[in-house]
Design a protein around this ligand. Structure first.
Ligand SMILES: [Zn+2]
Ligand SMILES: [Zn+2]
Length: 450
C-alpha cells in the first residue's frame, strides 16, 4: 500500500489520508483544521490529480474529518462516498452549519475565499453517498480486480466507524477515532480480532496516563460533585463541549443527575447546533440499536438556547449550566466568549470534558495557575483566574493501553501512527519498539510504500 498523510500541519487537524492499493486509489476523511481558518485549514487536496479517486470513506462527522469533504468530492465527482447511515444524517447538519461559520469568518476575518463550498456542492455530495450496513463487506471492482470495504462500529460518536479494506487476501485496518468503553448514549467499539497486514491507529491519548482507580463512572461522579458545589454557591458552570457527541452525552448525564436530585435544578443553556443535533440523535436511535437518545431529555431538563448576544468579559445574564461549543474554547466561539465573562468570579466553574489541544485557549487555560491573569486576546479581555478550572476524563478516545493491546492482539506487519500530536506518537513508538512489526510515523505529504 502507498500511504500519504495529506494533513499538512501533522498531528490532529485537517485529517485526510490518501491510500493506494493495487489499482485502487482512495481517501479516508477530509477535514478542516479547527485552529485555522481559510486555506491554512485545508488538507493538501491538490496532491491528488482531479477525478482520479475510486472512492472516499468518511469515518465520522467531526469537522476535523468531514469539514472539507464537499470540496474533495467536487474534485472527484465519480468517487462514491462511503459512510455509515447515522453519519449520512449527521453530515447534513454539520456541513450546513459549516457553511454558516465560513460565511461569518469571511466578513469577520476578511478571508475572501470563504465559504469553500455552497449548498449546491452539498446537494451534489449527498447524491454520491453510499451507506453499507456495518460489518457487511461492500465489494467494488476496477479493471477486473476487487476490493472489499467493511465498516465497523467504533464508539467515539454516533455514526463513527473503523474501516477494514481487503485486497487479495490482505487487510488494512484503519481505526479512525475510536472508543472501546460504552457511553450513556452509545455502545463502545466492536472491532474485528483477526490479524491484519497493516494497522493505522489513532494515537490521540498517547500523552495521557490514566490513573489506576479512575473510570468513566468515577469521573462522572467527580464532575457532578463539582457542578453541585458550584450551583450551591450560586455560581454558574461552563462546560465547553463539541456540539456533536459530547454535548448529547452531557445532556444525558445532567438529566439523570436532575432526576436523582444530585444537583439543584437550574437553567441549562445549549448552543443551537447541539440542540438541533439532539433531534438527529433521536431519529438515529429509533433506527439503530447502538445509539440511545431521546429528545425528551431537552424538555425534561428545560434546556434552552443560548442568549443571542454574549458580551465578552461580562457575567452571563442568568446563573445556570452552559453547555456550549467549542470544546477547546477556540477563539470567538460561544464557550470562549462566556469564559471571558466567568473566569474572574470565584463562584463559577469551567469544566473541560474532552480533548483539548495544548495550543488552543482551552489547553492554555488548563495549564495556567489560579490567580494568573488570562488573556482573551481575540475579544480584548484580560481576567484573573478565580473560577475553578478542572478537567475530567470523559474523552471520546480510547486509552493508550487499550490501543496498544489491540495492536498486539491483531499483530500487523506494519503499524502506522495517526491522529495524535508528536508527544502522543512518541509514547506509542517507545512502548511498541520491541514488537515484531515496523512502526511508521508518517511525515505530512510524504508518500510511504508499505
Ligand atoms: Zn472525532
Ligand atoms: Zn478526530
Amino acid at each position: 500500500m502507498k500511504f500519504t498523510d495529506l494533513n499538512p500541519q501533522g498531528g490532529i487537524g485537517a485529517n485526510c489520508s490518501l491510500c493506494e492499493i493495487g489499482p485502487f486509489k482512495f481517501v479516508i476523511d477530509s477535514g478542516l483544521h479547527p485552529k485555522y481558518a481559510g486555506a491554512e485549514s485545508l488538507p493538501k487536496h491538490d496532491a491528488i490529480s482531479r477525478n482520479s479517486l475510486d472512492f472516499i470513506i468518511l469515518t465520522h462527522c467531526h469537522l476535523d474529518h468531514l469539514g472539507s469533504l464537499p470540496l474533495l468530492s467536487r474534485e472527484h465527482p465519480d468517487a462514491p462516498v462511503i459512510l455509515s447511515y447515522p453519519s449520512s444524517i449527521l453530515a447534513r447538519r454539520m456541513l450546513s452549519n459549516s457553511i454558516s461559520v465560513m460565511r461569518r469568518q469571511r466578513s469577520e476575518l476578511n478571508i475572501p475565499e470563504l465559504p469553500f463550498y455552497g449548498r449546491g456542492d452539498l446537494t451534489a455530495l449527498y447524491d454520491r453517498l453510499k451507506t453499507p450496513q456495518l460489518h457487511t463487506p461492500l465489494i467494488l471492482d476496477k479493471n477486473g480486480q476487487k476490493i472489499e470495504i467493511t465498516l465497523h462500529h467504533a464508539g467515539h460518536v454516533a455514526g463513527a466507524v473503523s474501516v477494514s479494506i481487503k485486497y487479495k487476501r490482505k487487510t488494512v485496518f484503519f481505526t479512525g477515532d475510536i472508543l472501546f468503553n460504552d457511553q450513556r448514549t452509545l455502545d463502545g467499539a466492536a472491532l474485528p480480532q483477526e490479524p491484519v497486514d497493516i494497522l493505522i491507529t489513532e494515537t490521540t491519548r498517547g500523552g495521557t496516563e490514566t490513573p489506576i482507580n479512575q473510570s468513566r463512572e468515577s469521573e462522572i461522579v467527580r464532575l457532578l460533585q463539582q457542578v453541585n458545589s458550584t450551583l450551591k454557591k450560586e455560581g454558574s458552570v461552563l462546560i465547553p463541549v463539541f456540539a456533536l457527541g459530547r454535548m448529547q452525552e452531557m445532556l444525558f448525564v445532567l438529566d439523570e443527575a436532575f432526576r436523582k436530585k444530585a444537583i439543584p435544578k437550574v437553567p441549562v443553556f445549549c448552543s443551537g447546533l447541539g440542540m438541533d443535533l439532539v433531534n438527529h440523535f433521536h431519529e438515529i436511535s429509533k433506527n439503530t440499536n447502538r445509539v440511545r437518545f431521546n429528545r425528551r431529555v431537552l424538555k425534561s431538563m428545560g434546556a434552552r438556547p443560548l442568549p443571542k448576544r454574549i458580551d465578552p468579559g461580562v457575567k452571563p445574564p442568568m446563573n445556570g449550566i452552559y453547555l456550549v461549543s467549542s470544546g477547546m474554547m477556540v477563539e470567538n466561539t460561544p464557550s470562549y466568549k462566556l469564559a471571558s465573562g466567568m473566569l474572574g468570579d470565584p463562584k463559577n466553574s469551567i469544566l473541560f470534558v474532552g480533548y483539548c489541544d495544548p495550543n488552543t485557549p482551552g489547553g492554555k487555560l488548563l495549564t495556567a495557575k489560579q490567580c494568573d491573569s488570562f488573556d482573551f486576546d481575540a475579544v480584548d479581555v484580560v481576567q484573573q483566574i478565580n473560577a475553578k478550572v478542572t478537567k475530567f476524563d470523559l474523552s471520546g478516545h480510547a486509552n493508550r493501553e487499550e490501543l496498544v493491546s489491540y495492536a498486539q492482539k491483531i499483530s500487523p506487519r506494519a503499524l502506522i501512527l495517526h491522529h495524535g500530536d508528536p508527544e502522543a506518537r512518541e509514547w506509542f513508538k517507545e512502548t511498541l519498539k520491541d514488537e515484531n512489526f515496523s512502526i511508521i510515523d508518517p511525515e505530512p505529504l510524504k508518500t510511504y510504500d508499505i
